[in-house]
Design a protein around this ligand. Sequence first.
Ligand SMILES: NC(=O)c1ccc[n+]([C@@H]2O[C@H](COP(=O)([O-])OP(=O)(O)OC[C@H]3O[C@@H](n4cnc5c(N)ncnc54)[C@H](O)[C@@H]3O)[C@@H](O)[C@H]2O)c1
Length: 352
Amino acid sequence: MKRERKLRVGIIGTGGISRGQHIPGWQAVSGAEIVAVCDINEAAAKKAGADFNVPNVFTDFKDLVGMKAIDVVDVCTPNKVHTPAVLAALNAGKHVICEKPLAVTVKEIKQMAAAAKRKRRKLMTAQHMRFGGLSQALKKFVDGGEVGEPYHAVVHALRRNTLPAWGGFIDKDLSGGGPCMDIGVHALDLCMWLMGCPKPVRISGSAKVNFAKGYDIPGGWGEWDRKRFSVEDWAAGFVVFDTGATLSLESSWLGHHEAKGDMSCLIYGKKATLQYPSGKYATHKNGAFLTGVIEPAPEKKRAHAAEIEAFFQCVVDGKPSPVPVEETMRVIAVLEGIYQSEQTGREVRVRL
Ligand SMILES: NC(=O)c1ccc[n+]([C@@H]2O[C@H](COP(=O)([O-])OP(=O)(O)OC[C@H]3O[C@@H](n4cnc5c(N)ncnc54)[C@H](O)[C@@H]3O)[C@@H](O)[C@H]2O)c1
């Protein structure tokens, strides 16, 4: 469909991910234009407006979502600001793409889903890992039936010493959680998406601070305020899905891992096992064991830019959101369940 005018985009939050990925991502979409930016930090907002040639600059997101001309709002603030910003934008009739985690509780995600439905607007979580060439190829492999029914998965989102020391990551009031919410959400979303997004029904987990209050491991991304550190630096969880499949997750910002980073998943299916990011699979045919490697699909754009392009297309074509809110709800139910299990000392039952 040929549009008469460009889709007009307003960006809330002009920090690292916004300047590094979202703003360039939108600027690479020929049918879209960024017409407004907003940041609570006036200097940051003004700098983004000047650097990226954006005409309207705000410090209060209510002013941005109040702009009639805006069609799409892109939320790139600390996690705890996602819910008020997303709800304000949806209620003002905007389509919304929002950084991960969409929210840190299922309750908030239900509110967003209801607002999107009521206003008939698209809502997408920016889970960029789904849009990489390898992820796309693995999804095709699974959907083609090559892995069979998944019965277990192992998810790692582990960093040796890269704790995000800046902004709102280490402050629970701004982030709602540590590595579990910050990077666990990436690897878990990818794995559950590959598994067909089963519904979690039982979760047990643990979330602890092992290193971040002390000085045992030097920060690869700079020093952090030990007093302000109010989230976990390590989390582990065990999930049972409605399909009977199970999953274990481990997530850290600090720890004595051999590798600097391990963002991976391993899916055990009744026909094959499949690994990300090696692309390796193991199966057997006609009595012989086979291993192989899946090649990434060709990428027209890198994952972050591809995710923005996909959201643009769904808005323009009136197609379903590329990352449906119902799928995000299941992912967040797992992460929230890990924290609840830590607090209660019990397995958590999930009803979505
Ligand atoms: N997908 C990814 O790879 C990826 C990578 C990094 C961060 N993220 C996510 O992006 C979000 C932002 O992370 P970041 O690294 O850019 O953080 P950041 O601290 O660099 O930037 C956040 C910006 O939001 C602004 N802000 C805070 N409250 C606001 C409000 N009420 N209204 C408007 N602006 C406000 C801050 O002033 C800051 O400029 C987080 O949710 C994070 O989880 C995603």
